[in-house]
Design a protein around this ligand. Structure first.
Ligand SMILES: Cc1cc2nc3c(=O)[nH]c(=O)nc-3n(C[C@H](O)[C@H](O)[C@H](O)COP(=O)(O)OP(=O)(O)OC[C@H]3O[C@@H](n4cnc5c(N)ncnc54)[C@H](O)[C@@H]3O)c2cc1C
Length: 377
């Protein structure tokens, strides 16, 4: 008699299990994926959607189709509560589902403590579909009023990519509209001097104003307030102020790390509930803190897949060994990439081609056999 496995969230860390789900259903396990969307957008290509390098449809993994083709069940819903004692998950729709083994890959949300009221003008960079929505809104605004004023709050990798791609959307350096990026301390503060200089030069050359040493302290209606009391008006604002796990785990009384991510051991297993696993941005890896990057989430995928199978069938678990260094390539929005690895820095078209090649290959790897499975299939 098979067991019941529930995957919560169809993010990067679950893609291996979703694409190899038949291995589980063939062994009579019942597998359910709970996700608010039938398709999962690939974040690495998200800024490229904003800039128009990719159509939104090109960056979607058809997770619903993948699950159903493998004999699993897709539930379009959101998990709002976890009851580890009873082995049940509460759903936003009001229902409950039982599990023998559950795995969480629900990603992260953008920190927005200073947004004073909900606004249709403010777009957090996560979930990634917001970048597609923002693109449509910017095009509409540009059509209606010509000049569009865009504010980007946050000077990390997402802020850089979003500002550069918004510039491209507004017609590059000779285009219309204005883009201001408020970086907090410095643009790409956790990177080396050369990376920072290249990033600054790239934005500066295209007329994107970067404000370093300044922070936004409040966002009200159509203006961002700075620490010194002055403000920046905007038509559309991107929030790229860093990400953190959702409150789900803390709220459910599960063990969490400092930021509220599900606390997992080296086998990606919850430290005191052996039937609960997790990967990606939503977990706190007990052996050492990990950056919230897709690279880790993707590499956790095969380990999670192995360990979920082991938990269902009584096998031994495998540890996840995070890479100490990895390559980063930022999409600057002008056809150039900014690559950095182990102190090496390289800006240019070839760096962008390399990123594009890696990202497209990743998309193909997981979704090529399932292409054509769209929202309605
Ligand atoms: C603009 C931008 C660009 C980036 N570019 C890169 C890059 O080039 N390279 C890189 O390595 N990293 C990049 N990152 C970081 C990367 O996005 C994250 O580290 C990565 O998405 C984490 O993957 P994940 O699987 O944990 O979560 P996600 O990919 O966010 O997936 C989480 C999934 O869970 C679903 N979900 C959420 N809540 C629930 C719930 N309650 N119940 C059920 N399902 C739920 C969501 O709908 C989503 O499908 C970028 C981030 C941003 C914001």
């Amino acid at each position: 008699m098979g067991k019941s496995l529930v995957l919560v969230g169809g993010g990067h860390a679950h893609l291996t299990t979703i694409s190899r789900m038949k291995e589980l259903t063939d062994r009579k396990h019942r597998v359910t994926l709970v996700s608010p969307l039938p398709e999962h957008p690939y974040s690495g290509m998200g800024p490229g959607v904003l800039g128009g390098f990719y159509a939104f449809e090109e960056i979607l993994f058809p997770i619903r189709g993948m699950v159903e083709k493998a004999g699993g069940v897709f539930l379009q819903d959101r998990v709002t509560e976890i009851d580890p004692r009873r082995g049940r998950l509460g759903l936003a729709s009001g229902g409950e589902i039982p599990y023998d083994v559950v795995s969480f890959n629900v990603g992260s949300g953008v920190h927005d403590p200073f947004v004073k009221e909900p606004s249709f003008r403010v777009f957090p960079v996560k979930p990634v579909e917001n970048l597609h929505k923002a693109r449509n809104r910017i095009l509409k605004l540009a059509n209606e009023k010509g000049e569009v004023e865009i504010l980007v709050v946050g000077g990390g990798a997402a802020g850089l990519e979003v500002a550069g791609n918004a510039r491209r959307l507004l017609g590059g350096e000779n285009g219309t509209g204005r883009i201001t990026l408020v970086a907090g301390r410095r643009l790409l503060n956790d990177q080396g001097t050369r990376v920072r200089q290249e990033a600054l030069r790239s934005l500066d050359d295209r007329g994107v104003r970067v404000m370093e040493g300044q922070r936004i302290t409040g966002i009200r209606e159509a203006r961002g307030e700075l620490e010194d009391g002055s403000f920046l008006p905007f038509d559309l604002c991107f929030l790229a102020t860093g990400v953190g796990p959702p409150p789900l785990f803390r709220k459910s009384g599960l063990p969490v790390g400092e930021e509220g991510g599900l606390l997992v051991n080296e086998c990606l297993q919850c430290v005191n509930h052996p039937r609960i696993f997790g990967g990606g941005d939503c977990v706190s890896f007990a052996p050492r803190p990990l950056h919230k990057v897709g690279v880790h989430a993707v590499r956790q995928g095969p380990v999670l897949h192995h360990n979920l199978m082991a938990a269902l069938e009584g096998g031994s678990l495998r540890p996840f060994r995070p890479q100490n260094s990895y390559m980063l390539i930022f999409n600057l929005g002008d056809g150039q990439g900014l690559l950095t690895r182990k102190g090496m820095v390289w800006r240019g078209r070839v760096a962008f081609f390399l990123k594009d090649f890696i990202d497209r290959r990743f998309m193909r790897k997981f979704s090529a056999p399932f292409r054509g499975m769209t929202r309605s299939s």
